[in-house]
Structures are given as structure tokens and as C-alpha cells.
Design a protein around this ligand. Structure first.
Ligand SMILES: [Ca+2]
Length: 523
């Protein structure tokens, strides 16, 4: 902990109070457009010029530039943070509205190996947020930053990406907002999906003083487990010497949906609880798929993909893709004859983090070697990037609120991993009721990693987290909407906090949320 003063010529000198200076320890769709939140301060005008922010002095921070963005007229600052003696450089991007600051700071997350980008600030700044994003220490979306020039693991770089970068961005962003407006943001929010969702959870776990509210979508928590598990569909097809065409994978998904659709009481092309579905792909054997025929070998591949990674003794390693989920993202193939096309984040995790060999040929991988590397991933990187610590007591105790949400047809990150984490949080944090006081999980049936699909997508999330933090009103339900190609809402459904589900009352349109009620599974 360190107290310091921010000053810049042209600005009143402001004591920032106590900020945690992070030198001690060392992907998506974001929320759809919502109405801008109400301003918290009557006169939110800047007290100094944007250009003068280049003179702001913060420990181990260089302000690289400060100027007006011609595109939206906001003040844009870029800064670099380093961690001596390491020569690392975490780039930080801050956007500050000149007019209509709503009194809040918002951190924005990244996707895949990308920590985030300056482009992501445009939406939040338009809504009146002072906003920040960071590259978390490396440019672009490759995992190659894990290795230094000598081909060895670069732990500073890995830590910057795993947890330091977002915290540094937050400290810099809040300090710049305070200097620019002459008052500190009253509330701070972090919003992200996929890697951004993981970053939000990492903040709650490691830097709980950074944010009052966190919106974490389809979070890439359990990174050390699910990212290597994302290679499993390719390992299965390689092992079976059966790279399956997309059409067959789609046929298996469609057959599972058709078989299990009605289990939730409504035949709508959506599995409200994919884990209730036990459809066996053997039922498809002999079926024509285009010019092709679904074989016993195909059925076995699909069964193993749904089952998820297992070691050679059959022991559970991680969750598989849920029935109803698109299998062709992780199970992509192409070419003639077809060959496997691994998901780049999973492949690069093996190449740069696990094998540490850019020349490594993934097609040499056996199921036994896969299991060995999966366990290496857990042991070597779990404490750095696992982001699965269920102890959120520091976040809770300072009043933090968390909304987690995850599509049940997520084709990249199995929702089961988030459900498992949330259950562990419940056990750690005083049971279901105690946890619901500050952290709620909403599962969204029938939508994928981008919250698209046959099911309705969630709405009103920013409003929900603001109301919880600022007015003390916890979200009892969210409304999900399905739109047609013209953008017209054709179906609404309620979403209730886990483990509650939306159950059809039995009368009225199944396209109207009003005809669904909150039930516990099996009720
Ligand atoms: Ca259904």
C-alpha cells in the first residue's frame, strides 16, 4: 500500500488517497447497447486539459500520449507500466469523456490471448464512463509472448497477461479520471466476456478493491484446465484416424436437440439443461448425411467429445462439450482428405506454454501424452492463470457485487466449468444464500460463446449490476430476448439465478416471458 499524490500542470493538485500499487507481487461480445446510466455528479466537467494529463506522474508509469480523439471527441490517454527490474511494458488505454462523464470508471476486458484494445473503449465512453483497457503486456492475439528470446518461459510476461495488466490499467485509469475531473469515480465496474470474464474474476480474487461491480460473461476461468481440454476433440479424431466433416458433427448436435428438446417442457429447439440429455450418437449410425453415411466410428468420436477429456485409465480430466453445442468450432476439419484444424488458443497453449516449442507438431499427440500435458498445465500454470479461487471474501466484504452468466451451448468454454466453480464459491462463501448476497450466476439456455443461437440472449446486464451496487437491489431475474433477422424481438424468457430455472406455466405463449416462473430443478 502506498499513498501518493497526482499532480499535473493546469490541474488542481489532488491527493488520490490510498491506492494499492501493484508492484508488490510482482474474449466477445460485450454487453449490448443499453441506455446510458444516470450521471452521479451535477457538474462533471474536466478541471484540466486533456493534453496536460501527459504530465501526470505515477510510480513506474510513463504517459505516452494524451489528446482528443477526433472520432468521438473524448480525451484519450495511452500509458506504459513496467515492473522493475523486468523490462516489461504493459500498455494502458484510457478514454475520458469531455462532456457528460457519468461519475463511474469502467474497465474493459479482452479475448483469447489478447488482453484488450483501445477500440473497446468507444462504447463505454459514449455512455459517459471513464473507461480503460490494456494489452496486458503484449500486442495481438498470439500466445507467443509466453516465451522469451531464448525460448524459455517469460514469467513476467505471463503474469502481466494473467493478472497484473488489468490491475495496473485500473490504477492508472482511476488516477487519470480523478486528475481530469477533480474527483474520483464514485463507482467502478469491470465488464468482460471470455478472457474478459476471466479478467473480471481475477480482479475479484486478487485485487478486490479495484471494482465495485463485475459483469463476467462466459468466463475463461479454469483456464489451466479448459484451454488444454479444448484440444480434446482433435485428439479424439486423431486417435480414431477419423477427422469428421462438419456436416456429421452438425447432424449429431441436431439429433441430440431433437431427442431432448421436450425434456424441459417446451419444444423450442433449445435444451434448457443439456446435462439431462443422455442421447447416444449410436442412434445415428447408418443415417445418410449428405452423400456420406454416419458410422460406428463417427458415433464413438462424438461420444468421446461429449464425454470430455479422460486419461488412459478413463479418469475424468475436464468437462466435455454439452449436447446441443456446435462441435465444429473445436472439432473443425478441412481439406481433401480432411485434416483436423485445432482452435488456435488451445493449440498455442500447447505450443508455447506446455511444449515451449514453436516447431511442435500437434499431430504427434497421443491420448496418453495429451493427459500428461493436461496435468502439466494444471500444475505449472494453475496458480498463475487458473482464476478459480472460490474465496471471494475480500471482494464481498468491501461490498463488491458479481454477476456471472454463461451460455449453455458455449462451444469454446463448457458452462459446466463455471457451474462447478460457482458451486465451490457457494461452499466457501456461506452456502447458496450467503453467496447470493453478492454473487449470482445466470445460465442462458441455447446460446453459444457469443450469446447467439436458438435460445434468447440476456439483456439489461449493465443496468442490473449498477442497480445492485448503487441501489442495493439484487437481480432476481434477467430478461432474455430472441430476435429475428430484422432485429424484431420474437421471444422473451426470464433467466433466474442458479440453480433456479424458468419453467413454463402450461398456458399462454411460450414466446412470452410472462408465462414462465422460477422453479428449482425437479420442482
Ligand atoms: Ca426445449
Amino acid at each position: 500500500m502506498k499513498t501518493f499524490t497526482v499532480s499535473a500542470p493546469g490541474c488542481r493538485q489532488i491527493r488520490t488517497g490510498v491506492l494499492i500499487v501493484a508492484l508488490s507481487t510482482s474474449i466477445l461480445r460485450t454487453v449490448a447497447a443499453e441506455p446510458p446510466p444516470k450521471p452521479l455528479f451535477p457538474d462533471p466537467a474536466p478541471v484540466c486539459s486533456c493534453e496536460s494529463l501527459v504530465k501526470v506522474s505515477l510510480p513506474n508509469v510513463t504517459i505516452d500520449s494524451a489528446g482528443i480523439d477526433p472520432a468521438d471527441g473524448s480525451c484519450r490517454v495511452t500509458a506504459s507500466v513496467t515492473h522493475p527490474p523486468a523490462g516489461d511494458r504493459v500498455r494502458v488505454f484510457i478514454g475520458l469523456p469531455l462532456r457528460g462523464w457519468n461519475g463511474r470508471f469502467r474497465g474493459n476486458g479482452g479475448g483469447g490471448f489478447s488482453g484488450g484494445s483501445a477500440n473497446s473503449l468507444r462504447g463505454p465512453v459514449a455512455q459517459g464512463f471513464a473507461a480503460g483497457a490494456t494489452d496486458t503486456g503484449h500486442e495481438g492475439g498470439s500466445g507467443s509472448f509466453a516465451l522469451d528470446a531464448n525460448g524459455r518461459l517469460n514469467w513476467q510476461s505471463i503474469q502481466d497477461n494473467a493478472y497484473l495488466g488489468i490491475h495496473e490499467m485500473t490504477v492508472v485509469g482511476k488516477a487519470l479520471a480523478q486528475t481530469f475531473y477533480g474527483k474520483a469515480p464514485r463507482y467502478s465496474y469491470f465488464v468482460g466476456g471470455s478472457t474478459g470474464g476471466r479478467q473480471g474474476m481475477m480482479e475479484a480474487q486478487r485485487f478486490p478493491e479495484d471494482y465495485d461491480g463485475i459483469l463476467s460473461a462466459c468466463p475463461a476461468i479454469n483456464w489451466h484446465r479448459f484451454v488444454p481440454a479444448d484440444l480434446w476433440p482433435q485428439v479424439v479424431m486423431l486417435d480414431a484416424r477419423n477427422p469428421m466433416p462438419k456436416a456429421k458433427l452438425e447432424a449429431a448436435t441436431a439429433a441430440a436437440v431433437a431427442a431432448c428438446d421436450a425434456l424441459d417442457g417446451v419444444r423450442d429447439g433449445v435444451l434448457d439443461d443439456p446435462n439431462q440429455c443422455t442421447y447416444d450418437p449410436k442412434a445415428l449410425v447408418g443415417t445418410k448425411v449428405g452423400e456420406d453415411t454416419f458410422t460406428e466410428a463417427d458415433a464413438e468420436v462424438v461420444r468421446r467429445i461429449w464425454e470430455g477429456p479422460r486419461d488412459p485409465d478413463g479418469k475424468f480430466l475436464w468437462h466435455g462439450l454439452a449436447r446441443g453445442t456446435d462441435l465444429s468450432a473445436l472439432g473443425a476439419t478441412g481439406g481433401t482428405p480432411p485434416v483436423g484444424k485445432p482452435f488456435s488458443v488451445a493449440l498455442e497453449w500447447f505450443v508455447y506454454f506446455l511444449k515451449q516449442d514453436p516447431q511442435w507438431d500437434w499431430t504427434t499427440l497421443t491420448p496418453a501424452e495429451f493427459a500428461r500435458l493436461w496435468r502439466q498445465s494444471v500444475e505449472e500454470f494453475g496458480s498463475v492463470i487458473g482464476t478459480d479461487d472460490p474465496d471471494l471474501s475480500r471482494f464481498r466484504d468491501r461490498g463488491g457485487k458479481l454477476i456471472l452468466y454463461h451460455g449453455l451451448a458455449d462451444q469454446l468454454i463448457p458452462a459446466d466449468g463455471t457451474i462447478d466453480y460457482y458451486r465451490r464459491v457457494q461452499r466457501q462463501m456461506g452456502g447458496a444464500e450467503g453467496t447470493a448476497q453478492f454473487a449470482r450466476l445466470f445460465l442462458v439456455p441455447g446460446v453459444d460463446h457469443g450469446f447467439r443461437g436458438a435460445g434468447p440472449g440476456p439483456t439489461g446486464l449493465t443496468e442490473a449490476i449498477l442497480r445492485w451496487v448503487e441501489d442495493g437491489q439484487a437481480p432476481e431475474r434477467l430478461i432474455a430476448e430472441l430476435k429475428d433477422s430484422s432485429g424484431k424481438v420474437i421471444r422473451t424468457r426470464p433467466l433466474f439465478p442458479y440453480p433456479r430455472v424458468a419453467k413454463y406455466r402450461g398456458t399462454g405463449s411460450t414466446d412470452d416471458a410472462a408465462n414462465f416462473e422460477s422453479r428449482l430443478p425437479g420442482e
